[in-house]
Unconditional design. Structure first.
Ligand code: AMP
Length: 554
């Protein structure tokens, strides 16, 4: 029996209505168990909020404007529209109510496969006009409840409380599958819909990497020092620099090349040099590695690489100013051979045999023994302004998506700054009713003035947040409702990944990933860090530096 969008919408509502995870899993499992083939793939994907398969470069490009146009065509006046909007605050619910008010009835029950066909047509449509009319045609075929479901899907607002883990559980329940097999298939295929289809056919064991479908990248576990690394990995350790770029998986088959980011997005178009370089490789491969901005033998700071991000097709001047290369450290598939379970030693030997090209380099690898030797490499990496090292177990398999103990990362300790709180905001969700979000600043050298360098909301205990809220209310200078400025009295130590130039704050800098490390009750405000120290930290990172890379000889 063909599944309809209405059935999907009703099931999604029931799943959203319960807070019990078990009940969510049960409801989803019951629904999925009735489906098969393409419908099962599509329904599973829709429940997780996806429209196209993971790694598929297609997008819908239907924004609020298209929905706005459909809404305005319903003949409801603007004041009423905004009243309805305020009473929902969610585009799907708003859209549904507008259609109900307008007496929109829709046609016969739309099937899931027909919805997929509409999405494909939308993604292929040229121009906003064509998309709006396709969207109108789609909505004309459905009633308000299905329209609401479709709007949520298109706007990425599914929010029915189904995390990936729960959908995996539902697949286990629906098809009596092995949990371990379901999660392994998920790591390889990256798409719960495909996993569900294999589970239904009882062929999960056949899950294998596919060309141009990104696998989840293997992750590294942080360790405190060399001794811990040796204790975990054994005496022989493979050491590579920790590169400061963008993690990418490279698929090359025949004349086609694709690059996928860590979050499995297709980023091929951003790095044409890498695509050209990979086309020259001798064999079809799936590589793991990193795109780096690299010029005159030095790795450019991450900030330079950022100028290359998000540009669909970089122009010649950008490519000349910030040239990129791909540094590979792993080989997951070669021709038709899947190498995930082969030891790193074998994968690396094959990678070396593949050879470097103009734009495809190899991670520089050294085999070392014992903690003292690892320490030396680490000190050396730090001296080259590198963030740290990756330490790998030469006999280990490649485990997609796992943060296991076969790859470890040894990073320099996090920088910290002593700062003072200068503003605060009310929190959301669990933090409603407390001033949990604080803006903090440093002192401008030689003055009593403070300028903001960041905002943080994590790191304190609930009791500390409650205490701080009382104090913040006492020291408020101006209350603007949502945000208040406060007298600079509360000193915090904040830890962060890096200092970056930023136009957001008057200081000209912003901390990247700040976390509150301590509330420093004992430290006087006169002794906090100053703007010149922030500047120093920013400049120290903002230089091209040497990373060990094996590039092709000229
Ligand atoms: P982190 O971002 O601090 O969690 O560190 C892990 C990341 O380091 C990985 O996701 C990679 O993007 C990156 N990385 C840099 N160099 C390497 C390397 N040689 N091997 C594996 N991962 C690396």
């Amino acid at each position: 029996m063909a599944a309809t969008v209405l059935e999907l919408a009703r099931t999604a509502d029931r799943i959203a209505a319960t807070t019990s995870k078990r009940e969510k899993v049960r409801l989803l499992a019951e629904f999925l168990a009735r489906l098969e083939g393409d419908e099962l793939v599509l329904a599973t994907r829709y429940f997780t909020g996806g429209v196209f398969p993971v790694g598929d470069p297609r997008t819908l490009s239907v924004g609020g404007a298209a929905f706005g146009e459909l809404v305005r065509a319903q003949g409801i006046d603007d004041a009423e529209l905004s009243r309805i909007w305020r009473s929902h605050g969610d585009s799907g619910d708003w859209f549904r109510e507008v259609l109900v008010r307008a007496g929109h009835s829709g046609g016969s029950a739309l099937g899931v496969a027909e919805l997929d066909a509409s999405f494909k047509a939308l993604s292929g449509a040229g121009g906003a006009k064509a998309r709006t009319s396709l969207l109108r045609a789609l909505i004309d075929r459905v009633g308000p409840d299905e329209a609401r479901f479709i709007a949520k899907l298109i706007n990425g607002e599914m929010r029915i409380g189904l995390r990936e883990g729960l959908v995996e559980e539902a697949i286990v329940v629906a098809f009596e599958a092995e949990p371990a097999q379901v999660s392994r298939a998920m790591m390889l295929l990256g798409d719960l819909g495909e996993v569900a289809a294999l589970a239904a056919k009882r062929t999960l064991h056949e899950a294998a990497p596919r060309w141009f479908v990104p696998l989840r990248p293997m992750l590294a576990t942080p360790v405190a020092d060399a001794a811990e690394a040796i204790a975990r990995l054994g005496d022989e350790v493979w050491v590579e620099d920790k590169y400061d770029g963008i993690r990418c998986q490279l698929h090359r088959r025949g004349g086609r090349v694709a690059l996928f980011s860590r979050d499995l997005k297709d980023v091929t178009a951003q790095f044409p040099e890498v695509t050209l370089g990979a086309a020259l490789l001798a064999r079809d491969v799936i590589l793991d590695g990193e795109v780096l901005a690299f010029r005159d033998g030095l790795v450019m700071p991450f900030r330079s690489l950022q100028t290359r991000l998000g540009r669909v097709a970089p122009d010649a001047s950008v490519m000349e100013a910030v040239p990129v290369i791909y540094v590979a450290w792993d080989l997951l598939v070669e021709e038709e051979t899947v190498l995930l379970d082969a030891p790193l030693r074998e994968r690396r030997a094959r990678l070396e045999a593949l050879g470097a090209t103009d734009r495809i380099a190899l991670a520089h690898l050294e085999s070392v023994r014992g903690a003292a030797e690892v320490d030396r490499r680490f000190a050396d990496a730090r001296a080259r302004l590198n963030e740290g090292l990756l330490l790998k177990q030469p006999g280990s398999p490649y485990t997609p998506g796992r943060r296991g103990m076969n790859w470890l990362k040894l990073k320099r300790p996090m920088d910290t700054l002593d700062v003072v709180v200068i503003g605060a905001e009310w929190g959301h969700g669990k933090r409603r009713g407390v001033l949990s979000d604080v803006t903090f600043g440093v002192r401008v050298d030689g003055t009593d003035e403070h300028v903001a360098v960041g905002k943080a909301y994590s790191g304190l205990t609930d009791a500390e947040i409650a205490d701080m809220t009382k104090l913040l209310l006492d020291i408020t200078i101006t209350d603007r409702g949502h945000y208040r400025t406060v007298r600079p009295e509360i000193v915090l130590e904040v830890a962060f990944d890096a200092v970056q130039p930023s136009s957001r704050h008057r200081s000209g800098y912003a901390l990247r990933f700040p976390r509150i490390a301590h509330w420093r009750h004992e430290k006087p405000v006169s002794e906090i860090d100053t703007l010149s120290r922030v500047r120093q930290l920013a400049e120290a990172r903002d230089v091209a530096h040497e990373q060990r890379i094996d590039v092709a000889a000229d």
